[in-house]
Design a binder for this molecule. Structure first.
Ligand SMILES: Cc1cc2nc3c(=O)[nH]c(=O)nc-3n(C[C@H](O)[C@H](O)[C@H](O)COP(=O)(O)OP(=O)(O)OC[C@H]3O[C@@H](n4cnc5c(N)ncnc54)[C@H](O)[C@@H]3O)c2cc1C
Ligand code: FES
Length: 260
């Protein structure tokens, strides 16, 4: 069966949550199947300016309603913040490999900032599968810890850099305290955080998967706009070979200028 990768969705809800975050619900009648950690490319303007679609992780899906957690960081995301209910939205995807479906052993999930959007569906999957897991969720300040009601069933260990909520310090400090060699770690967040996560898991000899972010143009492997170097010096496309990579594959010292 031919998989349809272009979709016309309708905005069914848009809520501003905390200062720079939006929870956007889009109904897509065809209900494309997705794996936790996959993303869709979203058109942000009817005028094709800006031209490029923007990538967003699928937070979850219920009855054809896809939710996206969006942090406002620039022009495209500001345009999304102005969407209204009933607006039609063009999307492509779902794209990317997503998180492994078989996790093995117990999982430690680490989400930094808006990285929580990428791991949320994965947490739901672990919960459903009965896999033992813990969630560590960190941000700079409590205003950037979002969706705490949704996350309650996952009993998150919270951290903030400024100590305004949860552990006072970096998420990676909490990870260091919690990690055991038998854990498999799954992480999404800013690149500097992921680099530290990689080092911690290497020291503990724990398996680790990282979901990376990169600027993207096509989202499906053609434009090479999202390439990074792996530890063997080969290029990898974050959109098609990732966004989830085994930590051992990712070279943080040798990224392309675009994605640094
Ligand atoms: C696979 C994937 C999944 C993502 N999932 C989410 C998500 O669920 N929620 C969410 O809020 N964001 C997510 N992002 C990041 C999101 O795509 C960007 O924040 C968005 O495209 C920025 O668009 P803009 O026009 O507002 O920003 P721009 O005006 O283009 O840029 C503003 C600032 O954001 C930085 N930036 C732009 N694009 C990216 C990017 N792709 N990665 C890292 N930094 C970027 C720029 O360097 C610049 O500093 C994801 C990115 C990828 C690659
Ligand atoms: S965004 Fe085009 S190849 Fe990845």
């Amino acid at each position: 069966m031919k998989v349809q990768l272009t979709h016309n969705g309708i905005v069914t809800s848009i809520k501003k949550i905390k200062q720079d975050y939006i929870l956007l619900s889009v109904t897509i009648d065809r209900r494309p199947a997705f794996r936790p950690g996959q993303f869709m490319m979203m058109q942000v303007s009817d005028s094709y300016d800006p031209l490029l679609l923007r990538p967003f992780s699928i937070l979850d899906e219920n009855d054809g309603v896809y939710r996206f957690l969006i942090k406002i960081v620039g022009r495209g995301t500001r345009l999304i913040a102005d969407f209204t209910c009933g607006k039609s939205v063009f999307l492509t995807g779902p794209f990317g490999n997503g998180f492994p479906q078989e996790t093995g052993g117990s999982a430690l999930v680490a989400a930094g900032g808006v990285g929580i959007a990428s791991v949320y569906a994965f947490l739901q999957m672990l919960h459903k599968q009965g896999v033992p897991y813990e969630l560590i969720y960190g941000a700079r300040t409590k205003d950037e810890l979002v969706l705490l009601d949704l996350l309650k069933p996952h009993h998150p260990l919270l951290s903030t850099d400024d100590g305004s909520q949860g552990y006072h310090g970096r998420l990676t400090d909490v990870l260091k305290k919690k990690i055991r060699p038998e854990h498999t770690v799954f992480a999404c967040g800013p690149m500097p955080m992921l680099a530290v996560v990689k080092n911690i898991t290497l020291q503990q000899k724990a398996a680790c998967y990282l979901s990376l972010e990169a600027r993207m143009a096509c989202g499906f492997g053609v434009c090479l706009g999202c390439t990074i170097f792996d530890t063997s010096g080969n290029t990898k496309r974050v959109c098609k070979d990732g966004p989830v990579f085994e930590a051992g594959e990712v070279s943080f010292g040798k990224q392309t200028a675009k994605n640094r």
